[in-house]
Design a protein around this ligand. Sequence first.
Ligand SMILES: Cc1ncc(COP(=O)(O)O)c(C=O)c1O
Length: 357
Amino acid sequence: MSWGPARAEFPVLDRLAYLNAGTNGPLARSTHEAIAAQERSDVESGRGGPAYFERALALRDEVRTKLAAVVGVEPGVMSLATSTTNGCNIVLSGLQLEPSDEVLTTDGEHFGLLGALAASTAQVQVALVRELPPEESLQVLLDAITPATKLIALSHVCWMSGNRYPVEELRRESGLPVLVDGAQSAGAIPVDAAAVDFYAFSCQKWLCGPDVTGGLVVVDPERLGIAAPSYLSQESYDDVGFVARPGAARFDPGWTPPPSLAGLSAALDLAPEGRFERAVQMADRCQELIAERFEVVTAPGQATLVSFRPDEDPEDLVKRLYEHGVVVRHVPKLGWIRVSCGWWTTEEDLARLLGAL
Ligand SMILES: Cc1ncc(COP(=O)(O)O)c(C=O)c1O
């Protein structure tokens, strides 16, 4: 499908300059129809019987395969986590780090990762890279590694500044395991999750999937503990133990509702050719327009988020923009405004934003 007809699938875009996929992407009509059809089937035919389970398990396989393709891995290393936060927690709890171990992270992380780090027993070291030019962050992070560092955990694209962090280079140059928070990258920019060890992401953002859907890549599933097994983790069990399912499916946290899986599968089909190029192009254009009037925080040529410093109270500005049909968000504590540009974003959307500003 080319991008014009694909864009027409999102009813919200007829009404609003919807520039907030970094929180929740727009939902397509086809996604809604797939959810509704599965819900109708659940109501009319019941959530049981061989046909129901066959369909539900086939949907799990289908979604696992499509998600794996999105981030460039084999389906066998993909777990159907429910969110980025859930994926980060699965990894941190499964690693069972010691109190003397260190995890290196950055000062540009979301609580989705920070919460899991805080709950782990390891010590958390924070490298100050949030406001550095992106090309300087690799060295600062490498210099912060100590003999006690057991994991580097950071986002691929910083949710505050919109800048990229050098996740693949860190993995290569440090030789340490790397956990990536891919909430602002999966579906937004090309991703090669096999180049790191763990890649957690959300599907409700740039992949425009239903709520409470996500993915977690575990490149070497045998080497991560299963800290919170679900029924789906085991191939067989007895009174005292279980045999884990092969691959990363063992980390599946539970039964994703089949309507959500059906909706996600439909959403993943809406991937027009050239979508990554187009999204970054629109973000660059957005940056160019905003820079004429405001100080832009995001470095040029990053990903799909554009952050800038407004010259009025950011919360008030977000409300005022919404009254003008423009949806963006502010970054708490830093006072920035963040604009999310997708492949569906048009010049008209940007003109509406600039006009309302
Ligand atoms: C970088 C980052 N990580 C994690 C999250 C949390 O995502 P989820 O709700 O899928 O756990 C977000 C959400 O905004 C985010 O921007």
